[in-house]
Design a protein around this ligand. Sequence first.
Ligand code: SF4
Ligand code: SF4
Ligand code: SF4
Length: 412
Amino acid sequence: MKQVYNWQLNRKMSYPHEEHHPGRQFVFVFNLNRCIGCQTCTMACKSTWTFSKGQEYMWWNNVETKPYGGYPQNWDVKILKMLEETNRGGQKWNGQTFTGKTIFEAAEKNIGSVPQRVLGYLPTDEEWRFPNLYEDSPIHKNGDRNAFHKEGTQLPEHKTWFFYLARLCNHCTYPACLAACPRNAIYKRPEDGVVLVDQSRCRGYRKCVEACPYKKTMYRPSTRVTEKCIACYPRLEGKDPETKGEPMETRCMASCIGQIRLQGLVKIAPDGQWVEDRYHPLYYLVKVAKVALPLYPQFGTEPNGYYMPPRWVPRNFLKQMFGPGVDQAIDAYRVPDRELLAVLQLFRKTNRIITRYEIKEGPKVYETEIDGKPFTLYNDTVIAYNEHGKEIVRTQVEEPFYVRPNIHQNTI
Ligand code: SF4
Ligand code: SF4
Ligand code: SF4
């Protein structure tokens, strides 16, 4: 194993390959406070890439209800349990530094009769089969498996909580799928960090399926090779006729009804650090405002999907899922400052890839207190530019007010 630097863990870690970083990296930010679980993203991906024979149980994008749901079932509970069993009581953070074992380090410790490069497991067919079973559905009165409530039910009032977690491949900096492949069939593109499976090299050994801690590589029995999210790379390359050569956000991002998603490409230095790009919206959200956090950073793959944690969920649960930055991220989101409020308006205002924003200050609208802290709302305008410096969208903090002319009234 080589030693590579993982900035999400604030330390070096073991990885089977030397460090090589792309010039730019595919990155997305999801605001989980806004996901309504409508599955439009899921269907946008399915109807584009996985509608064929052998892909029936393949959901490159899925949305699961936490804490109960998972696709494949219990994927995160299982891998967390395996890590805990390998390193009992040691899966901890010391400040911003992860002192436990990643899936690569746990595999080193776990060497048995057959050495593994990555700690993982192969989900069963049944675990893949029901992407949302029992999540939002009333089950049979006695909780019988595979039986639905016959009369329907009225939901009780309760103090419990849940949230929707939308997921796709994280196009990791240190992909576990790539590390585990004995055929070197998986590669990371130098131009955008997208992780792809070379279908001509893959022999369907499913080592990647076993290794990916997020379970985002999927075996296709009809072709006997593995497939995964391709980050809609023709759109990233500007090959969609709609944009005439301009890069465009992916299908699942562009279709998001809840407007929770923002996706783009961030510049990466040769040492793997994000190049400072102060007015890039993704750089701002992840590195400056620190409101968006990686999913299970302790796995060690340095995932490039970032989440704004849901503010109503118990902090211990969130800290296990998103690491030590949760308190800071929720505080920043609950009482957003002027710049954050403006940048949040950019989510889903365009399907073009934004590389820079600018804020033009507007008038004060009102002031109040939130959590005992002063909060002031300004009706600022935020302007987004593409990589050539061309304006692609402008919007403002206050929703514009439209009055429908008389001619259209009562015509529904
Ligand atoms: S999420 Fe899984 S499939 Fe995607 S790059 Fe990371 S390890 Fe590979
Ligand atoms: S980026 Fe494209 S391929 Fe990947 S999950 Fe979204 S729609 Fe599917
Ligand atoms: S389309 Fe957006 S709001 Fe709907 S489930 Fe997907 S991520 Fe959530």
